[in-house]
Ligand binder design. Structure first.
Ligand code: GSH
Length: 216
């Protein structure tokens, strides 16, 4: 079920994992939104334009506009959606300990992997003749090694239990990057299983990079 909310406008890029997380979250919450593509490469990167910088001084996607607010940072945006639209399915569990566990899982990816593989980091490494793809694979596997037993330990359907949470939004987006950069996923059967289970759900399907209007 989808609730139209014309006040939600998401600025993002089809292949951006941070935008992908937020698209999944919006779909899980049943929220319609206007999607405004920001091409991260064309024109030297539209995220660096004066107009976009005014909205997001970090020159990163995504940015979500809602009722005059300009929200940045995908994890903060997902928590905002959970709180602002509390009557829709929750992205975080009720118990404080479980919420902390979901946040920890999401942050392990969003804070320990994603910044190291960001476009501007990759561009910097390439400018300095370094193997940016190998670098990115290295940091993905370092954190995946830690996350794999956490998922197995639960033995549950989704990353952090029997319900889909914010952790799954972040995991699925990162698994997309892992496949794109050729990480050997055979080492991570639990992560692969959770990713596959999530991607069977409509909210995840509609959020997939190749389904976006700006997909190349
Ligand atoms: N911590 C931020 C990361 C945002 C981010 O790094 N976005 C990337 C795309 S996934 C970006 O805009 N990169 C542009 C660049 O590196 O110039 C979040 O979670 O929203």
């Amino acid at each position: 079920m989808s609730t139209f909310n014309s006040e939600l406008r998401l600025h993002g890029y089809w292949r951006s994992s941070a935008t992908y997380r937020v698209r999944i979250a919006l779909n899980l919450k049943g929220l319609d939104y206007e999607y405004v593509p920001v091409h991260l490469v064309k024109d030297g990167g539209q995220q660096h334009s004066a107009a976009y910088r005014e909205m997001n001084p970090q020159e990163l996607v995504p940015t979500l506009e809602h009722q005059g607010h300009r929200l940045t940072q995908s994890l903060a945006i997902m928590e905002y959606l959970d709180e602002a639209f509390a009557s829709t399915p929750a992205l975080l569990p009720e118990s404080y300990a479980e919420r902390a566990a979901v946040r920890a899982f999401a942050q392990a990816i969003a804070c320990e992997i994603a910044p190291l593989g960001n476009l501007r980091v990759m561009q910097y490494l390439k400018r300095h003749d370094m193997d940016a793809e190998a670098w990115s694979r290295h940091w993905m596997t370092t954190t995946f090694d830690a996350l794999e037993p956490m998922v197995f330990a639960g033995g549950a359907a989704f990353a952090m239990g029997e319900e889909v949470t914010m952790a799954d939004c972040v995991l699925v987006a990162q698994m997309y990057n892992a496949r794109r950069f050729g990480v050997d996923l055979d080492k991570y059967p639990a992560l692969v299983a959770v990713d596959a289970r999530c991607r069977e759900l409509e909210a995840f399907m509609r959020a997939a990079p190749e389904q976006q209007p700006d997909a190349a």
